[in-house]
Design a protein around this ligand. Structure first.
Ligand code: SF4
Length: 347
């Protein structure tokens, strides 16, 4: 029989599972604490469990969903992890140190079906959704690698894939990440970034009070549909309506991501049109000068154009921050989006 992958379970599911194998319900909480707080590498380390139960776990379960294959460090301290999955696929996670924060950018799918023109992952096509365990284990394994001296402070779903297209596994992973007996992150320190999957945004707002980031990248439908095909299905009007309805937590804002592409979406007129589009939404804008990759037709705009774009937004009282790309030389593509999350946290 296939071993049970315990990191696939939320706490209530693990409670049901331990009962199904004849153990008391509270054992699930002990298991959760061992897996996520103590981060044990084998059941033998769980001395608070009976020997019999440990043997049962050793014979019938699997702790790790991922295998660390490669780790690369950029000169700015960004770390890129490459993980192997059971079926031979690989996924990436990127750790962005930005004292006092350590933000981990995690993947939710192998590849992506949404084919945004500027995105390296989009060129790979979609392979499959990640399971809950494969999402959660990115956090566990990176934290184990970092050791006790460095704690991951923020999580961002901005790696490979569109998290709202793998909704159930992502919501279950967030449940484990935020459970006090699990990874114990505050919802306020988790950000989910979407390319604009409108129905998923409405569900997310009801199911989980995480922060929302929206990859916008254009302020008119014609251009956005050209560089982000998802816009043909969910054009700006429906996307903005979903943003206005999203229940943003107190002292939080929606983040709009805007990759600046030279000569494509970086003119002062386009900045003014962006102002109009997001007016009235409690939000901020991350301006990300494009980080060119070999297969891309796009370029980074000159600095004066980037600053001029920012100035238009700032004059309209919109918080607009230029985010420097991180981990360029290690190809941390999603890392360029993930910088700077969590600065609104007051704790
Ligand atoms: S930007 Fe996000 S949604 Fe678009 S192709 Fe890349 S991973 Fe997919």
């Amino acid at each position: 029989m296939e071993p049970v992958l315990v990191k696939n379970f939320t706490l209530p599911e693990l409670e049901a599972w331990v009962e199904s194998i004849g153990e008391r319900r509270f054992r699930a909480r002990q298991l959760f604490r061992n897996i996520y707080a103590r981060k044990v590498r084998s059941w033998g380390e769980c001395t608070d469990l009976s020997k019999l139960f440990r043997v049962q776990l050793e014979n019938g379960t699997r702790l790790d969903a991922l295998r660390l294959m490669e780790k690369r460090e950029a000169s700015d301290g960004t770390l890129k992890y490459l993980f192997g999955l059971q079926d031979g696929h690989t996924v990436e996670s990127v750790l962005i140190p930005d004292a006092p924060r350590h933000t981990l950018c995690i993947s939710s799918q192998v590849g992506c079906a949404f084919a945004c023109k500027f995105c390296l992952t989009g060129t790979l096509g979609f392979k499959r959704n990640l399971h809950t365990a494969e999402i959660v284990d990115q956090v566990c394994q990176v934290q184990i690698d970092l050791g006790i001296g460095t704690r991951i402070t923020n999580l961002v779903f901005m790696g490979m894939g569109e998290p709202l297209a793998n909704y159930d596994a992502v919501i279950r992973a967030i449940s484990v990440m935020t459970n006090p007996n699990g990874l114990a992150f505050s919802h306020r320190r988790i950000t989910l970034s979407t390319a604009g999957l409108v129905p998923g945004m409405a569900r997310l707002g009801q199911d989980s009070p995480v922060n929302l980031a929206v990859s916008l990248h254009a302020s008119d439908d014609a251009l956005r549909s050209r560089i982000m095909p998802i816009n043909r299905k969910y054009p700006l009007e429906s996307l903005m309506q979903a943003c206005r309805r999203y229940p943003v937590a107190p002292r939080k804002r929606i983040t709009f991501e805007y990759i600046l592409l030279d000569g494509i979406n970086d003119s002062p007129e386009q900045a003014r049109s962006l102002v109009k589009l997001i007016r009235g939404i409690r939000s901020k804008v991350n301006l990300i000068p494009f980080n060119p990759h070999p297969d891309s037709e796009y370029r980074r705009p000159p600095d004066e154009r980037i600053l001029a774009f920012q100035e238009v937004l700032q004059k309209a009282q919109i918080t607009a921050i230029i985010r420097q790309s991180r981990g360029r030389e290690i190809g941390a593509a999603c890392g360029q989006l993930a910088a700077g999350y969590g600065e609104d946290d007051e704790d």
